[in-house]
Design a protein. Structure first.
Length: 270
């Protein structure tokens, strides 16, 4: 379980560039829940994931993972328990190393590696089967440099790497935004398959209303650093992409978004 209690973060405090990125965010995410996070640019959705990952320390509030206080833990300490996939397919991997070597390093994430990180024959066989199960035809290319792969192939492997150690929490930060539609669909299929199969507690940020409506069992909509809506259960299942657009329009009408942000919605959420 992830418990987020009234966390707040302000960047450039006391300057003309001050940004109140998170304002008292309060969430409790149960084990095995697949939570989608949406919002306009600047709403705080990616900042929320960064706060949980430990990319920075929050100003106030508390974070607990499986009952363990992690609020002041640095990012590298949290990495033992948190898997993450970034927007850029070239983040989170070593491009000059082979697929097998990247997988081996991922399997050791958060633990002492020493000089013995290389794959044993049994471990290599296990990883071969995991790669084969993705259906990308990469199981016979484990000795190829991961930098030689397409963006979609690399992001699929990064997703596999993030889940190798069965993390207590998986963070997906717009991990299909930089991909072409076909590759994005492929990665989303794998995402849903891996999260469901391994029952991974997951937070996924997306700009896609299709993904937001059809994936996960809970949806958080953020506006200006706050949670505006929290859809769960049957209410989440009934949501359509148009429902979400209508919610953003409701926010605009109530003057919670200015006209400039409102004009962006139709361009962003398609």
């Amino acid at each position: 379980m992830l418990e987020i209690e009234q966390i707040a973060k302000t960047f450039h405090a006391g300057t003309p560039n001050e940004v109140r990125a998170l304002q008292g965010v309060d969430l409790k995410i149960e084990n095995g829940s697949f939570v989608i996070v949406i919002g306009t640019n600047g709403s705080g959705k990616s900042t929320l994931l960064n706060a949980v990952a430990g990319s920075f320390l929050v100003d106030t509030g508390r974070l607990r993972l499986k009952g363990q206080e992690i609020t002041r833990w640095p990012e590298h300490r949290r990495a033992k328990y948190i898997g993450r996939v970034f927007q850029n397919p070239f983040s989170g991997t070593a491009p000059s190393m082979t697929i097998a070597e990247n997988l081996a390093l991922a399997a050791k994430r958060g633990r002492r590696r020493g000089l013995g990180w290389a794959l044993s024959s049994s471990s290599r066989s296990d990883l071969n089967e995991r790669v084969r199960a993705m259906g990308l035809g990469l199981e016979n290319r484990l000795d190829n440099a991961i930098g030689s792969l397409s963006g979609g192939q690399r992001q699929s492997l990064t997703l596999l790497m993030a889940g190798l150690i069965m993390p207590d929490l998986l963070l997906l930060d717009e991990h299909t935004a930089a991909l072409d539609p076909k590759s994005a669909d492929q990665v989303i299929r794998l995402t849903d398959e891996i999260v469901r199969r391994d029952k991974l507690t997951t937070m996924m940020v997306t700009h896609s209303m299709q993904q937001a409506a059809h994936l996960g069992d809970r949806l958080i909509m953020m506006v200006r650093g706050k949670v505006m809506y929290d859809f769960q259960g049957a209410e989440k299942k009934r949501l359509t992409p148009q429902d979400l657009l209508d919610r953003f329009e409701d926010i605009r009408r109530s003057d919670k978004l200015d006209e400039t942000v409102a004009s962006m919605l139709e361009r962003q959420y398609v």
